[in-house]
Design a protein around this ligand. Sequence first.
Ligand SMILES: Cc1cc2nc3c(=O)[nH]c(=O)nc-3n(C[C@H](O)[C@H](O)[C@H](O)COP(=O)(O)OP(=O)(O)OC[C@H]3O[C@@H](n4cnc5c(N)ncnc54)[C@H](O)[C@@H]3O)c2cc1C
Ligand SMILES: O=C1O[C@H](CO)C(O)=C1O
Length: 574
Amino acid sequence: MDLSILRELSKLDPAVPFRASTDHLHHTWAKTFFSRPELYIRPETIPEIQQLVTLARRCRRRIVTVGSGHSPSDLTCTSSWLVNLDNFNRVLHVDPTTGSVTVEAGIRLRDLGIELEKHGLTLDNLGSIDSQSLAGVIATGTHGSSLRHGLLSECIDSLGLVLANGQLVRCSATNNPDLFRAALVSLGALGIVVEITFKATPSFKIAWRQERYSLDRVLDEWSTGLWTTHEFVRVWWLPYAKGAVVWRANKTDLPLRPPPQNFYGDSLGYHIYHNLLALSTYVPRILPWVEWFVFGMQYGFRAGSTVTEAVEPGRTGLLMNCLYSQFVNEWALPLEKGPEAIGRLSAWLHGDMETAQIPFSSKGLYVHCPVEVRVSDTSLNTKPRPFLDPTCSDGPTLYLNATLYRPYLRDPPCKDRYYEAFEWLMRQMGAKPHWAKNFRTLGSSELGRVYGEDMDSWMKVRGEVDADGMFAGEWHLRNLPLEIGQASDAPGGEGLPLLEREHERRRVDMSGVGDGVEWVGDRRWQGQSPAALEKTMIPLPEEPVPSEPDTPTSEESFDLLARGEASIMLPNKA
Ligand SMILES: Cc1cc2nc3c(=O)[nH]c(=O)nc-3n(C[C@H](O)[C@H](O)[C@H](O)COP(=O)(O)OP(=O)(O)OC[C@H]3O[C@@H](n4cnc5c(N)ncnc54)[C@H](O)[C@@H]3O)c2cc1C
Ligand SMILES: O=C1O[C@H](CO)C(O)=C1O
């Protein structure tokens, strides 16, 4: 570990542990991106979080907070300090009568669900999985599929954040409302969210039903009940079959009835599908047949042929099997534009360029299914909207998610051409990308324009709480209208001196397994002598963490750290 870090650490409260390790390899769940942070820090208390922020500020380091790494882009990559709150995940307060719950922000949705169930409570809406951290779900605008619900974060009443100056601040609709609206989709760029208070709902069961439709029927019923007969509805469009799987659920008091076995839910079907996808990397033209075979085995070969039903707890029944590593490219647009968007993309995939009106060739291109088709309605929400909410404010929203699997972690050959055309169509139709997913950059100015005053408001709050860019990196620079000044030139430069630039991307060295990319930051602090670095350290007016500047670090702790041993838990104490 860098000696200047140790020196600064020795000046802080020795009673507060600094739980850092030095050899962590970070990767996204999908193993799309990897990075090697200088330090991986897993705090367990708020004083520890405040201390690490103070230390980062003094050592001029960027901080990235990572939840479960389920965002498949390079959003959580860093060569600087990576903070994870998996050990800061307790339920602090539950009021079973009002449903008000306060938790530490690192809690995963699954663990939260189990805890809430003990009090007869649950979350009122879920996406496809429950592995994410609650803070991560909020930070990117995660959604489920229901016209009676908006973003998952709609249940949030207040947030506590540790900001770049080490202070813990709280915000809600009435207290610091601008910070609250900015922090509801923060993209990790405001500070570390540490406490979350939200409204849980009485636990419920759902009765769900799933059947195959023709695409024509989906489009015919689009405005006449497809999305409204049930509280939760999602559609998987199978482009080559010109069909779809429609899944719908309502709350129920019926007794639990587990779902029947299904093809790729079992080991054999799972591996058959995986290997067919792997084969399609070399022989892409088999993909229409793979779609026919796998989804026929899974859901029946003809529209209306097989109906699957079950009754499950909402907490698990709303989830789905997401199978393999994947790219996900998802956009939000007004629900009424769905038939046109699906019709044009369908035409493009089938080579009908006149109907598609998409200026790229689809000749010889074969893609994976499904395209996920989901909805939400955030216009019903009476609470403050997140500034960076990509959904429609004046009516229901449709999400189109072009999923591409990465069999055995290999990228499919259709990716660039498919996403180029898909994104062109989405932009032409006025859609906005889901922040967490694999959209190629639109450029910060386009997103700035698309979000207008809301982006200005978000940027203003960001600038106020993190003037040096301690929580900003290349992903933010690429997608948000940040002013970096001379940030890239020198530490301590004007603009956002702590913002971490990308130095390079390289094929990750994993013995040739997969097409994952290693993201490498500029590590601009390297090569600086401790004395030179110290010159760039900004003294702080307020010190939230008690410090004892003259307390020497014990020889023993110092040696351990200097050797850079992995997984050291440093009680900063003799
Ligand atoms: C298989 C799969 C299924 C998915 N299903 C859905 C779905 O149905 N609907 C949907 O909308 N999305 C879905 N997603 C996307 C997922 O919900 C988001 O990527 C979510 O942000 C992941 O949460 P995480 O805890 O992994 O956060 P990460 O991916 O680790 O981080 C996401 C962002 O949150 C920030 N962050 C995390 N913790 C904190 C904190 N304590 N303080 C401040 N910032 C923080 C990070 O810095 C980063 O900017 C899915 C993803 C996968 C891989
Ligand atoms: O990002 C996502 O992955 C799954 C699809 O497999 C899903 O529903 C998302 O959203």
